[in-house]
Design a protein around this ligand. Structure first.
Ligand code: UDX
Ligand code: UDX
Length: 465
C-alpha cells in the first residue's frame, strides 16, 4: 500500500517536529498537521520560520525546506481527516485531574475525541497511528470507537508508533533514531499490510534493522517502560548524590566509575535537581495506575518510588538553599538561571524550577528568573497553575528578566536550574562583584567550575559533592 496523504492531529512538541521531518524526508507525501488551537497553527505558519512555536535546534531549517511544498499546518481538521490515508494521533494525554484515577491515570478524552471525529468523517479506509503515549490497551478502545461509529463503510487499521525523541535533540533523534517501533495487528493480512505501509515510510531514511515490528500491546508498553527505566536511572543517581554529600564521595566520580561498566553504560547518570518534562512522571504514574488496576501492588510501589525520590530531590534542593542562607530567605533575593526542564528547549512542563521556586516563595524569598528561551508569561502560567498563592502574589514575589546580569544584581544567591551552555561562559567575576556577600551559588546541574568560582570568592554548592 502506498501512502500519499498523511494527516496528523496535534501540532505540539511531538506532532510538529515528527511531521516536519517526515515531510522533509518524503517529498512525494502530502503531510498536513491539524490542531484546534488557531494560535498554534498561525505560529507554525509564521512567515519567519525562526518564530515557529517550538524551539528545537535545526527544526526551523527543516520546516523551511518543506512548508508550503508538501508540509501544511491547518485548523481544518475535517478536511485533513477526509483526505488522508494515514492519520497520526498526537494530541496530549495529561494526567487526569478529576474522578477515578485522578493524579495518576492518563486522561484520554482528546484521544477519544479524535477517534470519534475520524469515525464520523471517514469515507475511505484509513490507517490510524497512535503517536501519543498511551496506557496499554488504548488501541483497542480506539478500534472499538471506530468500528462502532464508522457509518460510512470505511475500514480502519490501528498502529502504535510511540515517539522516543527527546526535546532539545528532537531533530537529530528523528533523523537518526536508535530504533523505530511499530505495533500492529500481526495476526491478519490487513494488519501486516498497514504495518508494512508505515515501515516503508520510515525505511526511506532509517535502516530497516532499526525498525522493530511488534504486537500493539508490546509497543504501547515499551514506550512506558522506556521512560520509566530512564527516569529510574536519574532517580538512582540522585539517591546516590545525597549519600555522596554526607560521605565526601563525589557523585560525578561515582557516575563515571559505574558508567564505565558496559553493562551499566554511561548515559543518563547526571545527578540533578530532579527530572522534569511532560513524559517521565506522567508515564510512570500511568504504569503505577495500570499495575494497581491489575492488583500488582508491589510492581506499582516499585515504580512509584522513582517519583517519590524525584520529589525529594527537588524539595531538598530548596531546603538546602534555605539552610545555607542562615535558615531564612525571607525578603532575600535569589536569582534563578534557567526555568526550562532541560537545555535547548523552551518547554517548562514539570520543570524542577517550578517546584523549587514554589518552595522558596513559601519561605517569602524574592526570585528573579532568567532563561534564554522561556517567555515571561509561561513562567507565571506555571506558577499560577500550582494554585499555591494568588497570581498577583506570584507577580509581586517573582520577576522575569531578560538579562542574566540583571537577574543576579544584589542577589544573595544564584540557583542554576537548567544546564544551558551559555551559563558556563558568563563573566563570573562581574557577577560576583554585583552580588551581596557572601555570594552563594547552588548549582542544580553541576555545570559550573567549582574551583574557579571558589577562587573568585563564591560559596559553591553542587549536587552530590
Ligand atoms: C506528546 C504526546 O502526544 C503525549 O502523549 C506525550 O506523552 C508527550 O508528548 P505533546 O506533543 O508534547 O504531547 O503535547 P502538546 O505540545 O500539548 O500538543 C498537543 C496538541 O494537540 C496541542 O497543540 C493541542 O492543541 C492539540 N489538540 C489537543 C488537538 O488538536 N485536538 C484535541 O482534541 C486536543
Ligand atoms: C524523554 C525521553 O528521553 C524520550 O525518549 C521520550 O520520548 C520523552 O521523554 P525528554 O523528557 O524530552 O525525553 O528529555 P530527557 O532528555 O529524557 O530528560 C528528561 C529529564 O531528565 C530532564 O529534566 C533532564 O534534565 C533530566 N535528566 C536527564 C537528568 O536529570 N539527568 C540525566 O542524566 C538525564
Amino acid at each position: 500500500m502506498k501512502i500519499k496523504n498523511i494527516c496528523c492531529i496535534g501540532a505540539g512538541y511531538v506532532g510538529g517536529p515528527t511531521m516536519s521531518v517526515l515531510a522533509y524526508k518524503c517529498p512525494d507525501i502530502k503531510v498536513t498537521v491539524v490542531d484546534l488551537n488557531q494560535k498554534r497553527i498561525d505560529d507554525w505558519n509564521h512567515p519567519d520560520v525562526t518564530q515557529i512555536p517550538i524551539y528545537e535546534p535545526g527544526l526551523s531549517d527543516i520546516v523551511k525546506g518543506a512548508r508550503g511544498k508538501n508540509l501544511f499546518f491547518s485548523t481544518d481538521i475535517e478536511k485533513g481527516i477526509i483526505e488522508a490515508d494515514m492519520i497520526f494521533i498526537s494530541v496530549n494525554t495529561p494526567t487526569k485531574t478529576y474522578g477515578e484515577g485522578k493524579g495518576m491515570a492518563a486522561d484520554l478524552k482528546y484521544i477519544e475525541l479524535a477517534a470519534r471525529q475520524i469515525a464520523a468523517l471517514a469515507t475511505s479506509d484509513k490507517i490510524i497511528v497512535e503517536k501519543s503515549t498511551l496506557p496499554v490497551r488504548t488501541a483497542s478502545a480506539i478500534k472499538d470507537i471506530l468500528d462502532n461509529i464508522g457509518g460510512n463503510g470505511a475500514k480502519f487499521q490501528i498502529l502504535s508508533n510511540p515517539e522516543f525523541l527527546a526535546e532539545g535533540t528532537a531533530v537529530q533523534d528523528l533523523l537518526n533514531p536508535d530504533r523505530v517501533l511499530i505495533g500492529g495487528d500481526t495476526s491478519t493480512p490487513e494488519g501486516n499490510e498497514a504495518i508494512q505501509a508505515l515501515v516503508d515510510i520510515y525505511g526511506r531514511w532509517v535502516n530497516t534493522d532499526k525498525i522493530l515490528t511488534t504486537n500493539v500491546w508490546s509497543s504501547e508498553l515499551s514506550k512506558l517502560a522506556a521512560n520509566a527505566f530512564l527516569a529510574q536511572r536519574v532517580s538512582s543517581i540522585n539517591a546516590i548524590s545525597e549519600l555522596c554529600e554526607r560521605t565526601e564521595a563525589d557523585v560525578n566520580e561515582v557516575a563515571k566509575a559505574i558508567g564505565m561498566d558496559t553493562r551499566i553504560g554511561n548515559k543518563f547518570l547526571k545527578a540533578s535537581v530532579g527530572f522534569g518534562g511532560s513524559c517521565f512522571q506522567k508515564d510512570i504514574l500511568n504504569l503505577v495506575y495500570i499495575s494497581k488496576s491489575y492488583g500488582l501492588d508491589e510492581v506499582a510501589e516499585y515504580w512509584a518510588q522513582v517519583i517519590k525520590m524525584n520529589d525529594h530531590q527537588k524539595n531538598r534542593f530548596s531546603r538546602d538553599i534555605v539552610k545555607k542562607l542562615y535558615n531564612t530567605v525571607s525578603d532575600k533575593k535569589i536569582a534563578f538561571l534557567g526555568w526550562a526542564f532541560k537545555k535547548d528547549t523552551n518547554d517548562t512542563r514539570e520543570s524542577a524550577a517550578i517546584y523549587v521556586a514554589d518552595n522558596l516563595l513559601n519561605e517569602l524569598a524574592h526570585i528573579q528568573v532568567y532563561d534564554p528561551k522561556v517567555a515571561e508569561h509561561q513562567v507565571y502560567f506555571d506558577l499560577d497553575y500550582l494554585n499555591t498563592r494568588s497570581s498577583d502574589e506570584n507577580k509581586e514575589q517573582l520577576k522575569v528578566v531578560n538579562d542574566p546580569y540583571k537577574a543576579v544584581e544584589n542577589a544573595h544567591a544564584i540557583a542554576v536550574l537548567t544546564e544551558w551552555d551559555e551559563f558556563k561562559t558568563y563573566d563570573w567575576k562581574r557577577i560576583y562583584d554585583s552580588m551581596l556577600k557572601p555570594a552563594f551559588v547552588f548549582d542544580g546541574r553541576n555545570i559550573l567550575d567549582k574551583k574557579k568560582l571558589e577562587e573568585i570568592g563564591f560559596v559553591y554548592q553542587g549536587i552530590g559533592k
